[in-house]
Ligand binder design. Sequence first.
Ligand SMILES: Cc1cc2nc3c(=O)[nH]c(=O)nc-3n(C[C@H](O)[C@H](O)[C@H](O)COP(=O)(O)O)c2cc1C
Ligand code: SF4
Length: 600
Amino acid sequence: MNSQLEKIIKKYDSNKYRLMDILIDIQAEFGHISKEATKDVAKELDMAVVDVEETLTFYHFFTNESVGNNTIYLNDSVVACMSGREEIKVAFENAAGCKFGEVTGDGKIGLFNTACIGMNDQEPAAIINGKIFPKLTPGAAKGIVAGLKDGVNVKDLHHQAYGDSKNASADIMSMVNNNIKKEGKVLFAEFTPGAALKTKLVSFTAKEVISEVKKSNIRGRGGAGFPTGLKWDFCSKSEGSKRYVLCNADEGEPGTFKDRVLLTERPEMLFDGMAIGAYAVGAQEGILYLRYEYKYLETYLEKVLEEARKDNRLGQNISGIEGFNFDIRIQYGAGAYVCGEETALIESAEGKRGEPRDKPPFPVAKGYMQLPTIINNVETFCSVVKIIENGGDWFKGIGTEDSSGTKLLSISGDCAESGVYEIEWGMTINEMLDMVGAKDVQAVQVSGPSGQLIGPKDYGRKICYSDLASGGSMIVLGKDRDILKEVVLNFMEFFIEESCGSCSTCRIIPKLMKERLEKILNGKGVMKDISDLEEWGSIPKVSRCGLGQTAANPIITSIANFRELYEAKVQKDVEYDCGFNMDDAVKASCAFVDRIPNAH
Ligand SMILES: Cc1cc2nc3c(=O)[nH]c(=O)nc-3n(C[C@H](O)[C@H](O)[C@H](O)COP(=O)(O)O)c2cc1C
Ligand code: SF4
């Protein structure tokens, strides 16, 4: 076996539950994971080759063929396209001399598309050899490729200054910007690492922590809004030889980037929050599940963890509390939106395909390694620190009756001030649009593709659980946007690409709906197509997880609020049109067998 490969496997004690880490390291070292490497890994981990292949083939950033010595992953999500992605794509292709999806003949450059990388406020953006290149211009793209061709290390390639605040620190040195536009009373208020642990937690029992969190009424900030105190209570009462605390930093919902900003500006707060969770439920091990796209923060986050250990905020007898032992490791993902779903995340953290589990049992009873586990979003853990510091009642006094505390919004699209805003729940969409300098707004995509597309009649609605709940992604769409083509179609393609494929409803219905939408966009639609779409839209609800259950939302909510856009595109005087086009069909079949169609 190759000695480098052997070293990687040994680094993880030949532990099959660390398969993700092993594959991530192999991909980084060799540029791909070859058949031989797959076999060697299987042998060393005492696994079937097919089981290693199952994991390897599931994730976007694992490849069994070379993706080039230098790999450019260019974001193809909605806001990237709205911000001039096409021009950047062409510039990369011209400079590299190959198309997207290909590697140059000399193997030096590979060009690939990728879903939202959490940089909506600084698009068009790409990940190049793990480093983020935001706000690309055609000139920058050309210069980057020239540098890579000349053998310049990607670390030394810059087309703009390092980003704001900690992004510019020696441990990150990234061009990414935080763009924090509004600081609220909780997350961006003054913060001293360890204060909650050392001054408050020391006088609380685990039960008292849970009751304080319950009193605060905080609900999970990852989207589903489940009451955090209740979740922790269930976990603390579940039978198990061990318990785990997992933090969901997968942040894959297109349009959201607030967790990235917390990870950059408030990692100490996050780790303190995870420690508080561990104290409450009696866990000794924690995992931060971090999306691969944010791996550029690795050195920095490891350093922050090390400092927390030195400061007795992690480790043994934390803050002097006898028997309170807890530590955290970082588990990287490898490019799969579905891994943000909590049970898929657990599967992935165990080294497997990110396929959601059937629920129940819920993670609080059988989670990581089938043991009781709490999983919370980055923002939830950070908020809990302030709840323990200032009390549940203080937190409950912020926001509205049913939605306590503050909420981070990631706002992007057609507005003057894209960025992260810490608002109090209860702000209206109108107030939000004023705040970000958005004018002539045609629509707002609330909570990303799995949320809803709303129009002006809803701008008076409040952002809170009893009205417009939101995980934080807000995309503003100006009056000139072609909503069906630029937004809805892109979102449907996203869901189709990201389905794990387990449920037939999730595999088939979004694809059929997208094809019907394309038929309408191609001028072949009739009124019945709109009603068919509405009817089919309810079928995915029986899918196993939230991805499939919401995959029809882009079409369903856009028909509900922008029906006129669909009606304007269909043929009113035609009752039936099968949408078949002979010329297109001939072209497609000729392309398949590499023939040139006859002119007629
Ligand atoms: C397809 C899908 C993707 C998800 N992605 C995320 C994510 O990136 N981050 C997150 O915190 N929650 C995500 N969730 C929600 C999680 O399943 C879970 O509810 C959440 O992590 C719980 O934490 P919270 O209670 O603190 O919100 C996703 C759910 C689904 C169905
Ligand atoms: S709904 Fe879709 S993503 Fe979720 S388990 Fe089923 S196939 Fe997989």
